[in-house]
Write a protein that binds this ligand. Structure first.
Ligand code: PLP
Length: 421
C-alpha cells in the first residue's frame, strides 16, 4: 500500500486497516482481498473524469480514453459470462438491482423473491428498501426439514402469486440455485427471470457454480465478493433488455459513472478469465466444504447439512450461544465473521441463532485444506468454550501463525506474477 508522509488521521486509519486485515482471518462471506492491480486502478486519475452517458454517446468532452476503458470492461464482462450484453456502471450491487427492477417492471408490480429471513437480500424486498417500498413483494422460502429451496414450492407460490418478476439469488444460501427450474417457472407464469448472482459471481466465472446467464433475462452482481474485484455492481442481460437497462442505470438511478472503478472492474474481469482464477474458484468451494465438514465433525450444526458454494450458516443455538455472542467470541481471537439469521430463526436479527462463514478471502491469501482444517478446529474450540481466556490466548497464537504464514501482501504479488506468466 502506498504511504504518504502525512500525519492525517485518515492515513493512519487506512494503515491500521491494512494491519487489521493482515492479522485477521476474514470469514465474512461477502468480502475478499483484491489484487495489487485492481487496487492500483482504483487510485488512478480516472476518478477525476465525468463521463455521463455511454461510450461514444457522452454528455461531456474528453471521454476518448475512458470510452476505451468502458468498452474493454463491457467486452470482458460479455466474454467472461457468455452474455449478449452488459452494463458495467452500477456503483453497487443494490444500484444494479434498482436499475434491473426499473428496467423490467412498473412501480407496484409484483415480485416473487427469496425471503430475507431465509437468505435473501435487502434489495429483494425489505420494507424499508426501495424494492419493498415501490413494488409488491411476495416471498418463497426454504423447506423446514431440508433448509433448501424446494422448486415445487417455488412453482406453487408462483402459480398462486402470478408475479411479473421472479427473482433468484441470495446473500446467505449455501446450495446450488437451479436456474433452469427457475426459468421454467417464470415462463409458465409469464414472469421475467432476474438473477442476483452477487455472492457467487466469481464461482460462476470460475466454472464451479452453474451459470444463470443462459436462463435469465437479467443477471445482476457485485464485483467485490467472490469475483474479487473493486466494490461495485455489474449487470449482464439479453440484448433485448439492454436499451431499457442502460436508461435505468443512467439517467435512471445514477449520474456520472465511476470510471476508476470501471477500470478496476476491467482488470478484475481479465484476472477472472485466467487459469489461475479457475483454480482459485475451485479452491474456494473445496475450502468451504472442508470447513463445513470439520465443524460438523466437531459437533456444530451446518444449516442444510453442508455447502455447495463459498459460504455456510452455522447454527450456534445448540451451544447455548446466539449469533452475536459467537461473532464476538470469534472476533476476540481475530477471526472475523457475521451473525446471521438461520431459516425459521427464533431470535431477532440483532441476535440471531447463526453465524455466516465464507472462504473467498482466506483462500485468496493462500490457505489450503490443511490450514482450513486447523482454522476450523480452533473455531470449534472457541465456540465450545467462548469465555475460556487461556484457550483464547492459544487460539490467537494459531491465528497469528496462519496469518503470518499467508500474508495478504504476498498473495497480491504472487497473483500478479501468475497472471504475467
Ligand atoms: N445482492 C446480494 C445477493 C447481496 O448479497 C448484496 C450484498 O451483500 C447485494 C446485492 C448488495 O450489494 P451492495 O452492498 O454493493 O449494494
Amino acid at each position: 500500500m502506498q504511504r504518504f508522509p502525512s500525519d492525517d488521521p485518515v492515513w493512519q486509519a487506512v494503515a491500521q486497516e491494512g494491519e487489521r486485515q493482515e492479522a485477521h482471518l476474514e470469514l465474512i462471506a461477502s468480502e475478499n482481498h483484491t489484487s495489487a492491480e485492481v487496487l492500483a486502478a482504483l487510485g488512478t486519475v480516472l476518478t477525476d473524469k465525468y463521463a455521463e452517458g455511454y461510450p461514444g454517446k457522452r454528455y461531456y468532452g474528453g471521454c476518448e480514453n475512458v470510452d476505451r476503458v468502458e468498452e474493454l470492461c463491457l467486452a470482458r464482462a460479455r466474454e467472461l459470462f457468455g452474455a449478449e450484453a452488459a452494463n458495467v456502471q452500477p456503483h453497487s450491487g443494490t444500484q444494479a438491482n434498482v436499475a434491473a427492477l426499473m428496467a423490467l417492471l412498473e412501480p407496484k408490480d409484483r415480485i416473487l423473491a427469496l425471503s430475507l429471513d431465509h437468505g435473501g437480500h435487502l434489495s429483494h424486498g425489505h420494507p424499508k428498501n426501495f424494492s419493498g417500498l415501490f413494488y409488491e413483494i411476495h416471498a418463497y422460502g426454504v423447506e423446514k426439514h431440508s433448509e433448501r429451496i424446494d422448486m415445487d414450492q417455488v412453482r406453487a407460490k408462483a402459480l398462486a402469486v402470478r408475479p411479473k418478476l421472479l427473482l433468484a439469488g441470495a446473500s446467505a444460501y449455501s446450495r446450488y440455485l437451479d436456474f433452469q427450474a427457475f426459468a421454467a417457472i417464470a415462463r409458465e407464469v409469464g414472469a421475467v427471470l432476474m438473477v442476483d448472482q452477487a455472492h457467487i459471481a466469481g464461482l460462476v466465472a470460475g466454472g464451479v457454480h452453474p451459470s444463470p446467464v443462459p436462463y435469465a433475462d437479467v443477471v445482476t452482481m457485485t464485483t467485490h465478493k467472490t469475483l474479487r474485484g473493486p466494490r461495485g455492481g455489474l449487470i449482464v442481460c439479453k440484448e433485448a433488455w439492454l436499451k431499457k437497462l442502460n436508461s435505468a442505470v443512467f439517467p435512471g438511478d445514477q449520474g456520472g459513472p465511476f470510471m476508476h472503478a470501471i477500470a478496476a472492474k476491467a482488470v478484475a474481469l481479465r484476472e477472472a478469465m485466467s487459469a489461475e482464477f479457475k483454480l482459485y474458484a475451485r479452491a474456494v468451494v473445496d475450502n468451504a466444504a472442508a470447513l463445513a465438514r470439520t465443524l460438523s465433525e466437531r459437533g456444530l450444526r451446518i444449516v442444510s447439512g453442508g455447502t455447495d458454494n463459498h459460504l455456510m450458516l452455522v447454527d450456534v443455538s445448540g451451544l447455548g450461544l446466539n449469533g452475536a455472542e459467537a461473532e464476538s467470541a470469534l472476533g476476540a481471537v481475530n477471526v472475523t465473521c457475521n451473525k446471521n439469521l438461520i431459516p425459521y430463526d427464533a431470535q431477532p436479527p440483532m441476535k440471531t441463532s447463526g453465524i455466516r462463514l465464507g472462504t473467498a478471502a482466506v483462500t485468496s491469501r493462500g490457505l489450503g485444506r490443511a490450514e482450513i482444517q486447523r482454522m476450523a478446529g480452533v473455531i470449534a474450540d472457541v465456540l465450545h468454550a467462548p469465555t475460556d481466556e487461556a484457550l483464547q490466548r492459544r487460539v490467537r497464537g494459531v491465528v497469528r501463525e496462519l496469518t503470518e504464514g499467508f500474508p495478504i501482501r504476498a498473495a497480491r504479488g504472487a497473483r500478479q506474477a501468475a497472471l504475467r506468466n
